[in-house]
Design a protein around this ligand. Structure first.
Ligand code: BG6
Length: 452
C-alpha cells in the first residue's frame, strides 16, 4: 500500500488521477497499482495538539488489518523542507510506528545548509530513530554506472595499476543540465548549486572513484572507505572555485527572470571546485568538480585524464603541438557508456596519429536490458534493509566540513558569480581554473558529438 500524506487538498481519487499520467505499462497493471494508492490530508506539525499523525496511523493500521499481514513493515519517505524533519519524525514516532514489523525512514536532501545545521538536524532525528532505521537518500548512488564503479575498479586487473597519482594527471566529475530552475527557484535559491549537486551527488561519485578497496562488500566496509576519502580532503580553498549564474541567452531566460527567484539573488547556478585528496594514492592529483544549470547540454560523467607518455616517439606527428592524452571516461547519463580515449595510427600509407576510443556503449551492448531508475533501486534496497547506497551520518559530517567554510564565504558575498548566457558552456573563469589545475583539452569528434 502506498499512502500519500501532505497538506494539499486531495483525496484518493484525485491523487490517483495525478499519478496515472506518469505510469507506464498495460492498463490493468496501472489500475492494479493505483488501487493500492491512497491519500491522507493533514498537517506536518501542530503545537496545539498531540498525535498529529494519529489519523494517518489508524488508516495505515486499517490497511494492514484488512490484508491480514502478520508482520507489517512501514517505510516513511520524507520529501520535505528540512525544517519540518524533526517534528515529522516525532509525529511518526508517536502515531505511526509499526507494531509487528520494522519502521524505516528515508530522508531526501538537503540535509541542512552547512555543518552546524546538518548536525542539528541529525541530532534531532537520531533521538527518535537509530542509524539503522535512517536512510539518507542520494539518488546518484542508485544510478547504474555509479553502481558499476566498484565492480569496474575492483574486478579488473588492467585498471588497478593505472588508478593512482603515478598515472593520472587529473580527474573531472562533471554535471551539466540544459535547463534552469524552471519554477523551483524558491527552493534552489536558498541552496545554490554547490549544496544542490556538488556537496552530495558529485562528492559521492568522487568517493567511489578515489576510495581504496574495501575489506568486503558489506555496506559499512564500503562506507568506511568513502569516509576515509572525505577525511583526506581539505576544505575547499576560495581560490580553487569558479562560480557562475545564467543570464538570458538564445535558449532561455535569466535565472533572475524566474518569478520564484528573489530579485537581485547572487546564488550560483554553476560552480567548479578543485579538490585534492591528500593520501598516498592521490596527492597532487586535482579532482575538478563541476556542476551547472542552463548549460549547452545534458550530461554527467567522470573523466580521468592520464599523464603524458614519457619519451614520446611521435613528437613530429603531434596535433596542436602536444601529445593527446589518454582519457578514461565513465558517462552516467545520457546514454551510459564507458570508454578509453587512445591514440592510434590513422589508417593508410602515412604515419599520422589519430584519436580513437575503446568503448562500451550500454545502449548497444545491453540493448534489450532495461536499466532501472535510481529511485526504483534505492527504494528496493531500503525494503531489503541494505544501506550500502545510502549516506551515513559521519559521511555527511565530512562532506559538510569540506564545503562549509567556502559556502559561508560565498554567502557573505566574498565571491560573485560570473554571468553566462543560458545554453552556453558556462563562465569563462571555469575554463581558466581547469587549465590552472592541469587539465589539457583533448576532445575527439566523439566527445563533441556525444557529450561535450
Ligand atoms: C536533484 C537536484 O537532486 O538532482 C536537481 O536537486 C537536479 O537540481 C537533479 O536537477 C538531477 O538529477 P538527474 O538524475 O536528473 O541527473
Amino acid at each position: 500500500v502506498v499512502v500519500g500524506y501532505a497538506r494539499s487538498d486531495l483525496d484518493d481519487t484525485s491523487l490517483r488521477e495525478r499519478v496515472r499520467e506518469y505510469l507506464k505499462g498495460p492498463a490493468e497493471s496501472v489500475d492494479a497499482f493505483l488501487s493500492c494508492c491512497f491519500y491522507e490530508r493533514g498537517a506536518y506539525e501542530d503545537p496545539t495538539r498531540t498525535n498529529v499523525f494519529g489519523a494517518l496511523g489508524e488508516r495505515i493500521g486499517g490497511f494492514e488489518a484488512s490484508r491480514g499481514v502478520s508482520a507489517a513493515h512501514r517505510i516513511f519517505y520524507l520529501a520535505l523542507p528540512p525544517s519540518v524533519y524533526p517534528p515529522v519524525c516525532a509525529n511518526i514516532k508517536e502515531g505511526c510506528m509499526s507494531v509487528s514489523g520494522w519502521t524505516r525512514v528515508i530522508v531526501e536532501k538537503p540535509f541542512g545548509r552547512d555543518l552546524r545545521s546538518s548536525e542539528e538536524l541529525s541530532s534531532g532525528i537520531s533521538e527518535l530513530f537509530s542509524e539503522a532505521q535512517l536512510y539518507r537518500i542520494d539518488h546518484y548512488l542508485g544510478k547504474e554506472l555509479t553502481q558499476n564503479l566498484v565492480v569496474m575498479r575492483f574486478a579488473n586487473r588492467f585498471l588497478a595499476p593505472l588508478w593512482n597519482r603515478d598515472n593520472i594527471s587529473n580527474v573531472q566529475i562533471i554535471f551539466k543540465e540544459p535547463f534552469g530552475t524552471q519554477g523551483r527557484g524558491g527552493y534552489f535559491d536558498q541552496y545554490g548549486i554547490i549544496r544542490d549537486i556538488i556537496q552530495n551527488h558529485l562528492l559521492q561519485l568522487l568517493c567511489l572513484v578515489a576510495m581504496e578497496k574495501p575489506c568486503s562488500l558489506s555496506p559499512d566496509d564500503i562506507r568506511d572507505e568513502k569516509l576515509k576519502v572525505l577525511r583526506c580532503i581539505e576544505p575547499v580553498s576560495t581560490d580553487k572555485v569558479a562560480l557562475g549564474q545564467y543570464t538570458n541567452g538564445p535558449d532561455g531566460p535569466a535565472y533572475l527572470d524566474d518569478p520564484t527567484v528573489p530579485a537581485g539573488s547572487r546564488a550560483p547556478t554553476f560552480a567548479m571546485t578543485v579538490l585534492e585528496v591528500n593520501n598516498e594514492r592521490w596527492e597532487g592529483v586535482p579532482f575538478i568538480v563541476k556542476a551547472g544549470k542552463a548549460l549547452n547540454e545534458h550530461k554527467c560523467e567522470i573523466r580521468l585524464q592520464l599523464k603524458d607518455v614519457p619519451g614520446d616517439l611521435f613528437a613530429a606527428q603531434r596535433v596542436n603541438g602536444r601529445q593527446a592524452r589518454n582519457e578514461f571516461v565513465v558517462r552516467l547519463q545520457p546514454d551510459p557508456a564507458i570508454y578509453m580515449k587512445m591514440t592510434v595510427k590513422e589508417p593508410g600509407l602515412g604515419m599520422e596519429l589519430a584519436q580513437s576510443e575503446l568503448e562500451l556503449l550500454y545502449t548497444e551492448k545491453y540493448e534489450d536490458t532495461p536499466i532501472p531508475e535510481a529511485y526504483e533501486r534505492l527504494i528496493l534496497d531500503c525494503i531489503n534493509g541494505d544501506q550500502q547506497h545510502f549516506v551515513r551520518r559521519d559521511e555527511l559530517v565530512a562532506a559538510w566540513t569540506i564545503f562549509t567554510p567556502l559556502l559561508k564565504y560565498i554567502d557573505a558575498g566574498g565571491l560573485q558569480p560570473e554571468l553566462y548566457p543560458y545554453g552556453s558552456r558556462g563562465p569563462s573563469n571555469a575554463d581558466k581554473l581547469r587549465e590552472r589545475a592541469g587539465y589539457i583539452p583533448n576532445l575527439t569528434a566523439k566527445d563533441i558529438t556525444w557529450a561535450y
